[in-house]
Design a protein around this ligand. Sequence first.
Ligand code: AVI
Length: 326
Amino acid sequence: MTSLPQIDDTESGHSEFLQDVIDGLSQPQKSIPCKYFYDAKGSKLFERICETEDYYVTRSDLEVLKACASQVAHLVGPGCHIIEPGSGAGEKIRILLRAMTDVFQYTPLEISADALHASAARLAEEFPDIRIHPVVADFTADQDLSRVFENPAPGANLVFFPGSTISNFRRAHAGKFFDFATSLMQEGGYLLIGVDLVKPRDKLLAAYNDREGITEEFNKNLLHRINRELGGDFHVEAFEHEAIFNEAMSRIEMHLISKQEQTVTIGGQRFDIAAGETLHTENSYKYTLESFTELAAKSGLVSEHTWTDTREYFSYHLMRADKHGA
Ligand code: AVI
């Protein structure tokens, strides 16, 4: 039986990182893909962002998830197989598993084998009646799903994608994710997805410019990581963190602005950075209920049920494949 690809502390992961950085810095608007935020230090910093008062996203997400979990259990029915791409520390799934009394199997897919096995062991202890089936996988890469479906479930498949990770995907990438989710859902399955919503600008800006400066540290860690792992020579302290709301694109953009002219060498290539020039490091799209529904419909997914908190800061959508076709 072939397994999903095992990734990624290897040479091929390293050279992909180098190539992505070189490609990004070669564009007129220099950029670095946001997936590289999450080395061990970056993942810790992200956890600390989630605990800040300014970053409303995590609290709103948990509020809606706790409120909708038992209804989700009722709608999806018994004997289901929950599959979570990018499960990370596996905290939010506990809310769902507590509400769903008759789950057949939980399959977390996670690129970091250490995080995956640690969280699977904790869940197996807390939920001894549920089959926990961890699979090391990069869900953004090409997939062989055979290991996910080794044990056919009596009920429906439920793909769980909390945390508004979809916010960090451009439209084309979101479409690819929906296609991947649809292949995991199989016939009659569901997608439960968390989506952050448009809200007053000051709230959005505060969340990505937190007063404790942790988002700034998270953003700059990307340059430290390039210096450390790729032998780059960014003068990190000569950059400033900036997060702006691009209203036309309905997205928060994170940038690093160079305070001075500098030349950076990475992998034998030189890049000139002017004073005031920015490196674009992340997009975080903010949806309305309508704009998200429209986006998912392009991939043939329809909302069966939607939940929000009272302030309408965050939403969960239980989606199914449109029987009438996209
Ligand atoms: C992971 N993702 C949903 C976060 C977001 O809000 O876009 C990443 C993040 N970037 C800065 N703060 C949090």
